[in-house]
Design a binder for this molecule. Structure first.
Ligand SMILES: Cc1cc2nc3c(=O)[nH]c(=O)nc-3n(C[C@H](O)[C@H](O)[C@H](O)COP(=O)(O)OP(=O)(O)OC[C@H]3O[C@@H](n4cnc5c(N)ncnc54)[C@H](O)[C@@H]3O)c2cc1C
Length: 395
């Protein structure tokens, strides 16, 4: 293929998943086009901001190899670009000792032989020198495999590496249709600006817009719900700042209760501020965002006040950053072929449900495998098939 409008693979959507896929595709020498509807590195999707947690503890065993591979791939990619994306930390999960999610994490660590420590209230206070408290009856599950990824920097890194490897990158280019190419095989991709590109294969990584675009091109109703949420930064009280900083042994963390799942990272991106947020958000249309989702703020304030023993100012967060989740009903990903008339020519990576960032390097590699070989041998992706849901077609 020699023309400027013909490619081996066309990737739609330049969040972290599309940008990682572009990097992997170009590493394999594929003529690659990456299309983005907004400016590159915009703040309207899911992949912008200053920090994402990477952790190994999951309630399902099938995430273990994906996260393990990702640790290695993050380090490999950052070595190529020359700046730091991944910052190592401990990780700690906290919940009542009878909480099913905690039991699942303990079983997961035991079954996979991941070294961990289970700490009661006093042991946990001792380990973190009085910086973290949990209620009576709760436990902390502490392990070495935590860390922070810098999201906007990571997306820029994948785009830079893809560009250096020869990818064509086009932003402000919204895709409105994908059609099967009758004559030579492959697909044609149409943009709102009237351009047409031909690709042997196409990868769709459009985040919260997946339901809209997939419905428009194939009639499939994917069970992906966009949720608007925000991350909150809280001010550490004067004199206490150093206690919460990355590198002091302060962990990345998650805390589970029936009605609220809180997560956060040590101080890194904003001096003197700590990130603490709530998993989940409010259903929204990604094209008509309210830009002001509610996130159980009163409960979150109580959590901050209690857990950090009054050392963090809990009256209001000082920064709120808006972001979108793409939730599936079971919170597992959708990694599959679109099927129908497209067969294996169009690959979908979507529904990352508020926890996909950490695995972006390996997901980009899997999506490239699917586009090039029609399968991936590196990981079992059967858990992420579209067919696990009863999908209706609108056509
Ligand atoms: C507040 C918050 C906290 C999170 N915390 C964590 C965490 O700690 N750890 C973790 O692992 N994960 C976390 N996640 C999840 C993670 O950030 C996402 O899973 C990941 O960013 C999803 O990336 P994506 O590429 O699928 O989507 P996006 O980043 O939204 O990218 C999709 C892109 O497609 C573009 N697009 C859409 N439609 C079109 C079109 N028609 N034509 C061209 N382009 C189009 C969009 O503009 C967008 O740029 C968090 C997410 C949020 C919102």
């Amino acid at each position: 293929m020699e023309s400027n409008s013909e490619f081996d693979v066309i990737i739609i959507g330049a969040g972290v998943m599309g940008s990682s896929t572009a990097y992997h595709a170009t590493k394999r020498g594929l003529k690659t086009l990456l299309l983005e509807q907004f400016d590159f590195l915009h703040h309207c999707g899911s992949s912008h901001g200053e920090s994402r947690t990477i952790r190994l503890t999951y309630p399902h065993h099938y995430y273990y190899p994906l996260v393990m591979d990702s640790y290695r791939l993050w380090q490999e990619a950052q070595a190529q670009v020359g700046y730091q994306i991944y910052f190592k930390a401990h990780h700690m999960d906290m919940a009542h000792h009878n909480e099913p999610a905690m039991r699942a994490l303990i079983d997961y660590c035991r079954n996979l032989q991941i070294p961990f420590k289970l700490l009661g209230r006093q042991e946990l206070a001792d380990k973190f020198s009085g910086r973290i408290d949990i209620p009576e009856g709760w436990v902390g599950l502490s392990n070495e495999h935590g860390g922070v990824i810098k999201p906007t920097k990571a997306v820029a890194m994948f785009q830079t590496l893809a560009y250096k490897n020869g990818a064509v990158l086009k932003d402000n280019t919204k895709v409105i249709d994908i059609k099967k190419e009758g004559g030579t095989g492959g697909v044609e991709v149409f943009t709102a600006g009237g351009e047409k590109f031909r690709g042997r294969k196409c990868v769709v990584t459009v985040g919260a817009w997946s339901k809209k675009l997939v419905r428009a091109v194939s009639g499939l109703e994917l069970p992906i719900e966009p949720l608007e949420t925000h991350v909150c930064y809280w001010r550490v009280k004067e004199g206490q700042e150093g206690k919460f900083a990355l590198g002091t042994g302060f962990p990345t963390f998650a805390s589970f209760q029936k009605d609220i799942y809180v997560y956060g990272t040590p101080t890194l991106e904003f001096p003197g501020l700590i990130k603490v947020g709530v998993h989940g958000g409010e259903p929204c249309d990604p094209d008509k965002r309210p830009w002001g989702a509610a996130v159980m703020m009163e409960k979150l304030k109580e959590w901050v006040e209690f857990t950090f023993k009054g050392m963090v100012e809990s009256t209001e967060p000082v920064i709120k950053q808006s972001c979108i989740y793409s939730m599936t009903p079971d919170e597992d990903f959708l990694i599959d072929f679109l099927g129908g008339d497209f067969g294996k020519d169009v690959v979908l990576g979507a529904g990352f449900s508020g926890h996909g960032f950490k695995m972006a390097p390996v997901i980009g590699r899997i999506l490239t495998d699917l586009a090039v070989h029609g399968e991936t041998k590196s990981h079992d992706i059967s858990y992420f098939r579209i067919a696990r849901f009863r999908i209706t077609s609108m056509i």
